[in-house]
Design a binder for this molecule. Structure first.
Ligand code: FAD
Length: 457
């Protein structure tokens, strides 16, 4: 019996699991991939955007920053400490979570749930892509028996697998029953809520992006080039930190942002080196601890991709990878400093800005956010703008706002008493989510829910 099962070891999930275990709760973290970090590591989403100076539920982020700095995998740039090396983050997160006693289960997800009569989740059935040759052996490769294994039979098999790993091969799926008092859905798409039959707001989208990293860039040369073409240091900040050049720059096809790189993109489109769509959004950031590397916040797919459709996601991934190749060639041909650059990483997940948002005990609105409404039990206090990417040209907006708070009730599922939701799928309207989804706020959500559950036990 666990106190808490956190499903999803991404941005919000790691903060939730770490804080829960640190507070003495018996915590299981279930992650479908082979590493932690979610959008930051699988999606190569960096840096952690600065969402303000409030100290509410910032302990996890501060500790993470410190641990990353100890590994030389973090810098402070533009007053923001959240510039990380995403590969090292995977290792630091493993260590941090194990240090407080989180039990981590990779390659696993939730298959089904069992409720008690109060509509509390009593049991989760985990589906694991597990090592199950021994099941075949034990049950004589009989598919009918294997398909209908009882929980007891499965547990027996699990025991055998644990004690005899030589019997294993990674080719079968296995269901494992897990009892828990609380569940935190940190899957980004609210997969547990979906299995529980919760209601969602799910008809407004923002475009997806497949991020990538290029290495081998002569950063001093590129910085010099940027200084020569763009004197707007808000769009193109450049700084030397610890002997290394750090910078970022951006360009978008929207007319409202007549940014300095526009003529270069127009030239490349006219020459057939880029398509109009390739140029819809372009943003690069240096990567802490990786000299000569730039992380790209593009290509953005300029249409609404249905992230629940494997066919649509497959098409988007192929489209995006084609665009990455063109963008990389464009950089080498048109941007000084990229002459010897190469594609070093492509994200292994599509960057999804918004998908399902759960119907919670409180629906947080754009109005709450703009009015800076105060709450009795705030999860976070932030001032990150309302950042809506649009698939339409000239449709994107970035609206500055003052400080706002988010109530804990927006992280509680309306229909299931012991289900909490953290990260980008919380109970917020479309515009409010567009401000709340950034990583610093997601970390705070995870931390806040874990503390809240601790106060209930
Ligand atoms: C393109 C893009 C650019 C962005 N840029 C920035 C930026 O520069 N800075 C910033 O601060 N924010 C940025 N954001 C926002 C931010 O990165 C995300 O909103 C935030 O990281 C989401 O956190 P999360 O915990 O909700 O989800 P994630 O971090 O995606 O974590 C979800 C985790 O759950 C796992 N999972 C999913 N389904 C299951 C399942 N069924 N069972 C088990 N595990 C599961 C996933 O593998 C993953 O590890 C950006 C977002 C996008 C898409």
């Amino acid at each position: 019996m666990y106190d808490v099962v956190v499903v999803g070891g991404g941005t919000a999930g790691v903060a939730a699991a770490y804080t829960a275990a640190k507070n003495g709760l018996k915590t299981l973290l279930v992650e479908k991939k082979i590493h932690l970090g979610g959008a930051i590591t699988s999606g190569l989403v960096l840096p952690v955007m600065n969402a303000g100076k409030s100290e509410i539920n910032r302990e996890f982020f501060d500790e993470l920053t410190e641990k990353m700095a100890q590994q030389g995998a973090q810098i402070e740039f533009e007053g923001n400490k959240g510039w990380f090396n995403p590969e090292v983050l995977k290792i630091v997160l493993d260590k941090m979570l194990l240090s407080v006693g989180v039990e981590i289960r990779f390659l696993s997800s939730v298959y089904s749930v069992e409720f008690d009569f109060n509509k509390n989740i009593k049991k989760l059935y985990l589906q694991q892509e597990l090592l199950s040759e021994c099941i075949n052996k034990r049950y004589s490769n009989n598919p009918d028996v294997i398909r209908n294994l009882s929980p007891d039979m499965l547990l027996e098999c699990l025991e055998t697998i644990r004690t005899d790993n030589n019997e294993s091969s990674l080719n079968e799926r296995l269901l494992e029953p897990i009892e828990t008092r609380y569940v935190i859905d940190a899957t980004g798409n609210c997969d547990v809520g979906k299995i529980c039959g919760c209601n969602f707001f799910e008809n407004e989208f923002q475009p997806v992006t497949l991020r990538f990293i290029m290495g081998g860039i002569d950063m001093e040369k590129f910085a010099e080039f940027l200084r020569s073409v763009d004197d707007n240091r808000e769009v193109s900040p450049v700084e030397c930190i610890g002997g290394e050049v750090h910078l970022s720059t951006a360009y978008t096809w929207d007319k409202a942002s007549p940014w300095a790189l526009r003529p270069i993109f127009e030239k490349a489109i006219a020459a057939g080196d880029l398509t109009e769509e390739d140029s819809n959004y372009f943003q690069v950031f240096t990567v802490a601890g990786c000299p000569g590397a730039l992380a790209f916040n593009c290509p953005r797919i300029a249409r609404n991709v249905d992230i629940t459709s494997v066919q649509d996601v497959s098409a988007a991934l192929i489209e995006a990878r084609g665009s990455i190749l063109r963008l990389a060639e464009f950089c080498k041909k048109y941007l000084s400093g990229f002459e010897k650059a190469y594609i070093s990483n492509i994200a292994d997940d599509l960057g999804i800005r918004v998908s399902r948002r759960i119907e919670g005990k409180y629906l947080y609105t754009e109005r709450d956010l703009k009015e800076g409404k105060r709450f009795e039990n705030p999860v976070l206090e932030a001032n990150y703008p309302i950042d809506v990417h649009s698939s339409e040209k000239d449709g994107s907006t970035l609206k500055k706002v003052g400080y706002y708070q988010l109530p804990i009730e927006s992280l509680m599922a309306a229909e299931v008493n012991n289900l909490f939701v953290v990260g980008r799928c919380i109970s917020a309207d479309f515009k409010a989510q567009a401000a709340l989804r950034v990583q610093q706020s997601c970390f705070s959500m995870g931390e806040a829910v874990a503390k809240y559950i601790n106060s209930l036990t």
